[in-house]
Design a binder for this molecule. Structure first.
Ligand code: PHE
Length: 334
């Protein structure tokens, strides 16, 4: 029994195996216990001899189990430690952090340019009154821009709408702060346009307004040329083309000469040689007087530019939709 027990104990690899050996040899129905139970059948001389032997075997087996138990727990501990080892030399996992959206980095650049020229930045409502979006901007009642097919109205009486331009901020600026004033106001605008590579029902504009005594078309040209050359580079050629807006008179659209072909015409400028970048004009006297500003004393200029188009030009983005889709494969390029 002793020989078998000691061999079996030495061969155990887990505490559970050791426990089942304890039951097998020392338990109530164990092999050694069975021997002790038969002691009564032995003669008086043999009994003490057998008893001593049995006790010795029991002591041996118990001792072997004890030392095996401590070996096993030591081994288990070592295995656990090995499992939990931390390799402090492995380089850390890089945490990806976000960054500015390309369109907003263009916006911040433009804000900076205007702040340096003494302009203030204003924020205004996207849900606007038709009065501010159209009427106070000298837009006639039958103007096509007022059509339900072009504008998102929010009530059946066409009184509130999603602003179609940032120009209502010209009115709000003058009503709130009076004149003289120098401000820009960037923000979202909405039009019922079908989505394609160059159109979206929501896009961004930056409005600008300067009103003071003695402001002329020369100030408009000088200011916008300076801004455009900050954005597109000092050699950029511009063209002021006559246009019409209800709220400016005279009005113009401003083009920059295509930097790719130098004005000869290429795919970038759709063969035109020029790329339109903003609408502008001298604030209409009716708009000024509507805001309580005397057009005989004050004059001003206003302009509006599309932010998406600017960002597309700056970053050579071919499709407007990429700006709004928030696809990481696109965004992570900037
Ligand atoms: N609001 C005009 C547009 O959306 C742009 C503009 C702004 C023109 C200010 C003149 C003055 O097209």
């Amino acid at each position: 029994i002793r020989k078998h027990a000691l061999e079996a104990i030495a061969a155990t690899r887990e505490a559970a195996e050791l426990e089942s050996l304890r039951v097998k040899y020392l338990g109530k129905k164990g092999e050694l216990t069975a021997v002790l139970k038969q002691m009564g059948t032995l003669s008086a001389e043999l009994r003490p001899v057998m008893g001593q032997m049995a006790n010795e075997v029991r002591a041996n087996v118990e001792k072997a189990m004890e030392s095996q138990a401590s070996i096993l727990s030591q081994k288990a501990m070592e295995a656990q430690l090995k499992l939990e080892t931390v390799d402090v030399t492995i380089p850390g996992r890089k945490i990806e952090i976000g960054h500015k959206h390309p369109m907003y980095s263009v916006l911040d650049e433009i804000k900076e340019i205007f702040i340096n020229m003494g302009f203030e930045i204003m924020d205004g409502p996207e849900v606007e009154e038709a009065d501010y979006n159209f009427t106070k901007l000298n837009t006639p009642d039958d103007h096509p821009a007022r059509e339900w097919s072009d504008t998102f109205y929010l009530d059946p009486d066409s009184k509130t709408l999603l602003r179609t331009q940032t120009s209502p901020m010209q009115i709000r600026a003058m009503e709130t702060y009076g004149v003289p004033i120098r401000m820009i106001s960037p923000g979202r605008v909405y039009r019922k346009d079908e989505v394609d590579a160059t159109h979206s029902p929501m896009f961004h504009q930056i409005e600008g307004l300067v009103v003071d005594r003695g402001i002329t078309m020369a100030d408009l040209k000088g200011t916008l040329n300076a801004v455009i050359r900050e954005i597109y580079g000092p050699e950029t050629k511009t063209r002021f083309r006559p246009h019409h807006f209800p709220f400016t008179e005279p009005s113009c659209e401003v083009d920059i000469q295509c930097h790719k072909c130098g004005g000869k015409g290429c795919p970038t400028c759709k063969g035109e040689g020029w790329i339109e970048v903003l609408g502008a004009g001298m604030v209409h006297p009716k708009v000024l007087s509507g805001c309580g500003v005397d057009p005989d004393e004050y004059s001003g200029f206003a302009f509006g530019m599309g932010l998406e188009r600017l960002a597309m030009g700056q970053f050579k983005i071919s499709d407007l939709r990429l700006i709004f889709e928030n696809d990481m494969r696109f965004l992570s390029q900037f």
